[in-house]
Design a protein around this ligand. Structure first.
Ligand SMILES: Cc1cc2nc3c(=O)[nH]c(=O)nc-3n(C[C@H](O)[C@H](O)[C@H](O)COP(=O)(O)OP(=O)(O)OC[C@H]3O[C@@H](n4cnc5c(N)ncnc54)[C@H](O)[C@@H]3O)c2cc1C
Length: 388
């Protein structure tokens, strides 16, 4: 049986009012039409479009503050994309459009965005299980149960740090961190640092610590964008071609080129954007091909055990979506979907995943297009007549 939902027509924005239906001690059950799980840029984007369409909804986020996914990244991080590509639909990012915002600026922008459009975000609500219960979905959190006709899982598919099993065999005296937990060089022990993973995170973190440490970066090359990141050509031409044309339009599921490239892009790192191999060499960073295991508590780098004081794992992330208690995840934990729609589970959608529809889908300037399409599908579905 479908839960009757008031039909709201598109027009002036009205406050969303999820309905608390019962309380049990300090737990509360709440019913809403559309539940958005994740309150980062993907979730806020979906919420903005749902609100414009008049769909009653609620956004749940596990962190304490909107923007925390950005805030918790390392201190020196600046976005690769200039501000003109860092605004969501309806609000541009303030400041020099050609300049790169800091990660805290991005976090503050997201908080301001939610406040400006009065988006119904509840922080501190991590969903621990999502189930289908008859015609409705049930999302469990520590503070209560949320029931909804439709659910949009709105987040990038890199929620959980991935660390190889042999990390446990390294000597207990070696300080180990994943890029997810790295903030600044003060976290490291004096001595050599092994960075495992040679993508953008590995290169940027190597750049951050090279002044105070001997650094080895190990891992296959992911390639690099030609030219200097801060050079005139990159700043004024390449950045526009890549962000305005290549990522959203050419590298998309709508083009033969994009469809061909997608499987490789989904499993390989992005080419180096800002800190390239030449900069790393200039800083004295040593490159190695592979770390294959541990021997006598030491990491084995290109076949030989190496003495290091620290290991920083820039070895990627897993989707971290196994709280979704529905048979939709493949053997890598990635959800099966078609452009964000899950055919086997009507009413379940994804936004924010890497290459959902294009290379820009997980990026700030690309998420709005997917969010707007998925919000329109959710709006159309929520207006369908309720079965008797
Ligand atoms: C180091 C780094 C640099 C990047 N730089 C750029 C850049 O320069 N430009 C660009 O366009 N993109 C960049 N990106 C890519 C992308 O923009 C970011 O990853 C961005 O944070 C993705 O936003 P999101 O909302 O999709 O997911 P996230 O930011 O991951 O947000 C997801 C939210 O969902 C919440 N959540 C997760 N699971 C649950 C749950 N079970 N219940 C409730 N809440 C949950 C999390 O707490 C989080 O707040 C970068 C990514 C990284 C990792």
């Amino acid at each position: 049986m479908r839960i009757p939902i008031p039909i709201l027509l598109a027009g002036p924005v009205s406050p969303t009012r999820p309905r608390p239906c019962a309380t049990y001690g300090d737990r509360m059950d709440t019913t809403t039409d559309t539940l958005v799980i994740g309150g980062g840029q993907a979730g806020l984007s979906v919420s903005y479009h749902l609100r414009r369409l008049g769909v009653e909804h609620l956004v749940l986020d596990g962190e304490d503050r909107i923007g925390d996914a950005w805030r918790r990244r390392w201190d020196s991080l600046e976005l690769f994309t200039p501000r003109r590509y860092d605004g969501l639909d309806g609000m541009r990012m303030p400041g020099d459009p050609a300049g790169s915002p800091t990660k805290d600026e991005m976090a503050a922008y997201l908080e301001d965005y939610a406040a400006r459009f009065d988006l119904p975000v509840r922080t501190g609500h991590r969903v621990t299980a999502l189930r289908r219960d008859g015609d409705a979905f049930t999302a469990e959190t520590a503070s209560g149960t949320f029931r909804a006709q439709q659910v949009v899982v709105a987040m990038s598919n890199y929620q959980r740090p991935r660390i190889p099993g042999f990390a446990a065999d390294l000597d207990a005296g070696i300080r180990q961190l994943h890029a997810y937990d790295y903030r600044n060089p003060a976290q490291l022990l004096p001595g050599r640092v092994l960075i495992v993973g040679a993508g953008n995170s590995g290169a940027e973190i190597a750049n951050d610590i090279a002044a105070g440490h001997e650094v080895i970066v190990a891992g296959p090359s992911t390639g690099e964008i030609p030219g200097s990141y801060s050079g005139f050509f990159n700043q004024h031409v390449l950045v526009r071609v890549v962000n305005g044309l290549v990522f959203p339009h050419l590298m998309s599921v709508d083009t033969p080129m994009g469809r061909r490239a997608r499987p490789r892009i989904m499993t390989h790192g992005v080419p180096l954007i800002r800190v390239k191999s030449r900069e790393l060499a200039r800083l004295g960073v040593v490159r190695a091909a592979r770390v294959t295991g541990a021997e006598d508590g030491r990491p084995v780098v290109d076949g030989a055990p190496v003495d290091v004081a620290n290991v920083i794992w820039c070895s990627g992330y897993d989707p971290g979506l196994d709280w979704i208690d529905l048979p939709i995840l493949d053997d890598r934990g990635e959800p099966r979907h078609e452009r964000g729609v899950v055919p086997e589970v009507p009413g379940l959608y994804f936004v924010g995943l890497h290459f959902l529809t294009s290379m820009a889908s997980a990026m700030v300037h690309g998420v709005g297009r997917d969010a707007s399409r998925i919000a329109a599908l959710a709006a159309a579905r929520s207006r369908q007549p309720v079965a008797a």
